[in-house]
Design a protein around this ligand. Sequence first.
Ligand code: AMP
Length: 113
Amino acid sequence: MNDCLFCKIIAGEIPSTKVYEDDSVLAFRDINPQAPVHILVIPKTHIASIADITPENSGVIAHISEVIAHIAREQGLNEGFRVCTNTGAHGCQSVKHLHFHLLGGRQLSERLG
Ligand code: AMP
């Protein structure tokens, strides 16, 4: 996807603060952090959002879950953390490449919506 910001980050065309990378997943710090730890975890394959997950591509979601658990341990988020993926207009998704926000490092608000 030529015009996708996160595909450009994956390709190294736009810099990012990388915290984890393997063959199928990249994680980097959010440029506008909402918590002391705010990391975005993304598949390297362009998938627009979680609404586009199918039986054919859902394997990467299981892998991302493992990566999130690994990063959370590494970041010392022993007291807990939040994972969310904004989807579509009502979900306020601004970047149309599937990403999971990993937020932690302080007591988070009870409000989700
Ligand atoms: P969302 O609003 O759920 O689509 O989240 C997109 C996130 O990407 C926001 O939290 C932005 O701060 C973050 N973001 C946008 N551009 C960059 C960038 N170049 N590097 C890191 N994070 C970014």
